[in-house]
Design a protein around this ligand. Structure first.
Ligand SMILES: NC(=O)c1ccc[n+]([C@@H]2O[C@H](COP(=O)([O-])OP(=O)(O)OC[C@H]3O[C@@H](n4cnc5c(N)ncnc54)[C@H](OP(=O)(O)O)[C@@H]3O)[C@@H](O)[C@H]2O)c1
Length: 313
């Protein structure tokens, strides 16, 4: 079978299409025939060698976290799935491996593919959808009538964060570049700020929740946008940020929470329900597996809206 691997850290040129044996499964595992894999910023942080503390430095390594596909084979202890079931899921973010014709997963790593989605759309759901749910429903615990600012609202997580915050009854201010103004308005944002034309530090409004998905808004700067008991959510955990947020949260009414994605069965079922209720899944571009380097290069350049997907043709 085909699998994308790399043997050194670097840019997209390290990603190589290799031939590997189809893996075998244990009794509590499933073999999935992968149909589509979506691209996440974490992928290039890992193969770029920025996350060695979590990923380790042993080679070869493989790529791809989010996938959708068909159950090809089930272990003897599997009762929830049968051969041919369409599923979506995610692999360990720091090990990757989804960019392969076949992958081995545990039943807890997958969920049934929402009925109204294509494989490409379903592959774009797990990491960003579960992240958005964890941010909106748990870390920020967004409530009706709250003022929520989402910085980076047209990226993978932002697309869902805007829609879920609106579903929870919040008033959403979305911060995007010019290309995203019309899209984020269509997803329900109440106010749109084009960050290429207006600076956040000149905004007079104060928010109950500030979410930074761009990694460009530090807590120190977010504070002046926050009401006295507001929550700030950022998405880049590091030993320094985790420690400083812990200390801050002991003494300040303005809380700093940091996303560390923890996929759960409840998260998956919320995500499936949202998708089946019409959550918009926004795909930027789709690529054939043979064009994997180009796919990652373009996704990293970041000119589109929503998620890029690689199709296992
Ligand atoms: N900790 C975890 O467990 C976890 C889980 C999932 C994701 N993440 C991280 O969360 C972040 C968001 O993920 P994602 O998939 O949504 O990434 P993404 O698709 O790359 O989106 C990033 C967004 O930031 C916007 N942006 C860039 N510069 C900006 C600026 N100066 N001001 C405002 N917005 C700006 C981009 O918009 P334009 O293209 O218009 O500039 C884009 O919409 C990533 O860093 C990802 O690695 C962490």
């Amino acid at each position: 079978m085909r699998q994308v691997m790399y043997s050194q850290f670097g840019d997209e040129s390290v990603l190589q299409l290799t031939e590997q044996a189809v893996p075998s499964i244990e009794k509590d595992q499933l073999l999935i025939r992968v149909k589509a894999v979506s691209i996440n910023p974490l992928d290039w942080k890992v193969y770029g060698g920025e996350m060695t503390l979590m990923s380790g430095s042993k080679f070869p390594k493989s790529v791809g976290i989010d996938f959708a596909g068909l159950v090809e084979q089930t272990g003897s202890a599997i009762t929830q799935y049968t051969v041919g079931d369409p599923v979506m899921g995610l692999l360990d973010a720091f090990k990757g491996g989804a960019l392969a014709d076949y992958i081995v997963v545990k039943a807890t790593d997958v969920a049934p593919k929402p009925a109204n989605t294509s494989f490409e759309q379903a592959a774009a759901l797990p990491v960003t959808g579960l992240s958005a749910i964890q941010i909106i429903d748990q870390l920020a615990a967004v409530k009706a009538n709250q003022e929520v600012l989402i910085n980076g609202a047209t990226g993978g997580v932002g697309v869902f964060a805007v829609q879920i915050a609106k579903k929870r009854g919040a008033r959403v201010t979305a911060v995007v570049s010019t290309k995203g103004v019309a899209a984020v308005t269509a997803w329900g944002a109440d106010t749109v700020i084009d960050y290429t034309k207006q600076r956040l530090d000149q905004l007079n409004q104060r928010f109950d929740v500030v979410i930074d998905l761009s990694t460009k808004l530090p807590f120190a700067e977010a504070k002046r946008l926050m009401k006295p008991r507001a929550v700030f959510v950022s998405t880049l955990p590091s030993p320094v940020s985790l420690l400083s947020s812990f200390v801050n949260n002991l003494f300040s009414g303005k809380k700093h929470k940091i996303l560390i994605l923890k996929p759960t069965a409840t998260g998956f079922s919320t995500l499936t329900k949202l998708a089946e209720d019409g959550l918009q899944i926004v795909l930027d571009k789709t690529y054939a597996l043979a064009n994997v380097q180009e796919a990652y290069r373009e996704a990293r350049r970041g000119k589109g809206i929503g998620k890029s997907v690689i199709v296992m043709d």
